[in-house]
Design a protein around this ligand. Structure first.
Ligand code: ATP
Length: 652
């Protein structure tokens, strides 16, 4: 609160109450955020911005500011994104600043950041008249217009819109407008930080003196103890995060949150809506059946087959409109015309609207068998027509989240399953309920696991059935445990990691990157922490492909949000964009890698030994990568003894 009281972005940007909110308010805040690597200070600046807008601006101002802060133009699941290529930006910068194309290109080679080049060029240019200042609303509206334009003929229009933004920029605005247009804001604001700052702003707002402009913070110590405030903050963050995972749409959520007593009713107000994807519940890994039994003592549980396909959240509106979302909330409706066509075959007469949680799996009608993920993943992804489908998808439903206007997520699994079975109809090769058995004897579970593996499944999902069995959106819950066949063979689970750097290849690999630096994601600190250098498991085609796809994401220096030991010096750094699944022989304590540093050894992190690339995880965002908390769990869970012989070695 001290920080909040000291710096006011609104005052700094010279905003007069009653006028539209200037973009400068956000640009100044970005500048402050960029100048620090302390996450706490970053959160304070963001909180400061949000609460100022809450007190002085409109709810729409706040929503617009949130989208611009996370470099989005609307809810992620709508799939509209900025990501304007350098070519069009270079020509817009050149035309709006009077610099030659050649000059901008040369500078790009030297400086590496078009935002900085545009800002420097802007400052040298004399303007005849200054267009009106950019407002938050006008910037978002233009960003939306630009993202909506498609096709070759649209390039000119895009360029005009970009130029109209650039000529109106002042000061540091140019830098952030360019970076936002590129889709690389590079200030390290994850959605998690935004939700935390939003919760804090909502909680603090009553403690500001609104009669002053800009409002000053009142001394909350007169009203409550610090511990009490912290407790309230934890509760607020939990509520806001859950509300957002139920309804990941700021346009819908923010008005409910900022209204009077919004925090106390937010979970009820932000209930599920058909057509808005829910952040899926996730499972915890276990090393085997005995560990699972230890966790579930005295609790009823159920074992389900763990199908190996692609998560599919199927939404059906009362008007029959169907949409299908991936684990990542991406709209994959266009990938599954066969599922869309089959919906009427599997809904009962009572069903009007629903949200089903399922796994879409490849199915061979000739043998009536499930196909492997590798075969299924060869299906085309976009704008698929029925004649292009060679591998039909069969839906295996394991949860029902919503039916006929009512959310079911607070019901126990046993109830949700009952409603699922009552209202939906199995149809061979098209729709099945996930096979399950409520067994509890170790031998029976072992036999069931083997049956699942024989049936081309990955293993079992074991879930609490009655007690503690509500559906927890976005949570990696201990009430869902996964037992994969690989765990039983003594292997660790695979990890999903983010390439943040690379070394140029030598010999056969000359011309491509030959090895990559991979990182896990630390949710608490919003950091990417390194855990291995990897050069194994890639085919030659993959090496060439990754070199091409990652080149546009090369950055000059590691981001603030990368935690890297000085001894690791890759030839290039990347913005975090891709997620790769990787297997390792085991995990060991590392003096040079920073993953979960301090968690198992006070000064060392955890690294993967003998990492091997498995596949790309297109259904994951960098923030969905394996977390450092999971890395610690995996390290502790591994069957082999991790002490003496490997503790000080790092294979890198
Ligand atoms: P994460 O746990 O990080 O999501 P992941 O995406 O690699 O990792 P897994 O760990 O393999 O997924 O397991 C969870 C996934 O298993 C679910 O996201 C879902 O797609 C799939 N799945 C298959 N069968 C079931 C089932 N019966 N119940 C729940 N999930 C299932």
């Amino acid at each position: 609160l001290k920080v909040l009281a000291q710096y006011n972005p609104i005052k700094d940007a010279g905003w007069e109450k009653g006028n539209p909110l200037p973009y400068m308010v956000l640009a100044k805040t970005f500048e402050k955020i960029e100048s620090t690597s302390s996450r706490l200070t970053i959160i304070e600046h963001l909180t400061n911005l949000f609460r100022s807008i809450m007190i002085l601006g409109t709810t729409q101002d706040l929503i617009t500011t949130i989208y611009l802060s996370i470099n989005k133009i609307g809810p992620s699941y709508l799939g509209k994104e900025l990501g304007i290529g350098d070519k069009i930006l270079i020509s817009a910068i050149s035309e709006s600043t009077g610099r030659s194309l050649q000059f901008v290109k040369q500078e790009l080679k030297k400086v590496g950041d078009l935002g900085i080049i545009a800002q420097n060029s802007r400052m040298t240019q004399k303007v005849m008249f200054q267009p009106p200042p950019l407002t938050m609303a006008s910037v978002l509206a233009k960003f939306k217009q630009i993202a909506d334009l498609s096709g070759n003929a649209s390039q000119k229009k895009k360029s005009e819109l970009i130029k109209s933004l650039l000529v109106a920029c002042k000061d540091c605005e140019t830098l952030y407008i360019i970076r936002s247009l590129q889709g690389k804001l590079r200030i390290g604001l994850a959605e998690r930080s935004v939700l935390l700052a939003l919760s804090k702003a909502v909680l603090c707002t009553p403690y500001f003196n609104k009669s002053e402009f800009p409002p000053k913070v009142m001394d909350i110590r007169k009203t409550m103890r610090l511990e009490e405030f912290e407790e309230k903050l934890l509760d607020a963050v939990a509520k806001v995060t859950r509300a957002y995972s139920q309804l990941p749409n700021y346009d819908l959520m923010v008005p409910m949150l900022v209204k009077e007593n919004g925090l106390s009713t937010i979970l009820h107000d932000c209930s599920l809506e058909v057509g808005v994807p829910v952040k899926p519940m996730l499972a915890q890994p276990t090393t085997g059946i005995s560990q699972m039994l230890d966790r579930f003592t005295d609790m009823e549980f159920t074992c389900e087959f763990k199908y190996d396909g692609e998560r599919a959240q199927i939404h059906c509106l009362e008007n029959g409109n169907v949409t299908i979302y991936t684990r990542n909330l991406e709209d994959y409706t266009g990938k599954y015309p066969d599922i869309i066509q089959n919906v009427k075959k599997f809904i009962g007469p009572t069903v009007k609207s629903f949200i089903l949680d399922c796994e879409a799996v490849g199915y061979d009608p000739a043998t009536n068998k499930i196909l492997s993920f590798q075969v299924f993943s060869s299906r085309p992804k976009k704008n698929v027509t029925m004649d292009k489908i060679k591998i039909p998808a069969c839906v295996f439903a394991f949860d029902l989240l919503y039916l006929n206007g009512k959310s079911l997520i607070d019901e126990p699994l046993v109830k949700r399953r009952e409603v699922l079975y009552e209202n939906f109809i199995e149809s061979p090769g098209v729709f099945s309920f996930a096979k399950h058995s409520n067994i509890s004897d170790v031998n029976d579970i072992q036999a069931y696991l083997e049956e699942a593996v024989e049936g081309n499944c990955e293993g079992l999902m074991v879930k609490t059935l009655k007690e503690k069995s509500i559906y927890e959106p976005s949570r990696r819950s201990y009430n869902w445990l996964k037992i994969k066949k690989d765990y039983l063979q003594g292997m660790t689970d695979s990890l999903d990691l983010v390439p943040i750097g690379a070394w140029y290849g030598k010999g056969k690999r000359t011309g491509t990157y030959g090895a990559y630096l991979l990182a896990c994601y630390d949710e608490d600190n919003d950091e990417f922490q390194t855990c291995c250098k990897i050069g194994t498991g890639f085919s030659d085609e993959q090496l060439s492909m990754f070199t091409e796809t990652l080149k546009p994401h090369v950055i000059n220096q590691p981001r603030n949000m990368f935690r890297v030991n000085d001894q690791i010096k890759p030839d290039v750094w990347f913005s975090p964009t891709a997620v790769w699944e990787v297997l390792a022989a085991d995990l060991s304590i590392s003096p040079i890698h920073t993953a979960a540093s301090g968690a198992v050894d006070p000064n060392k992190g955890i690294a993967l030994r003998f990492p091997r690339f498995i596949r790309i995880r297109e259904d994951k965002n960098p923030e969905d990568a394996t977390s450092s908390e999971q890395v610690v769990d995996m390290y502790k869970n591994q069957k082999i003894n991790n002490t003496a012989n490997q503790s000080n070695k790092d294979e890198d």
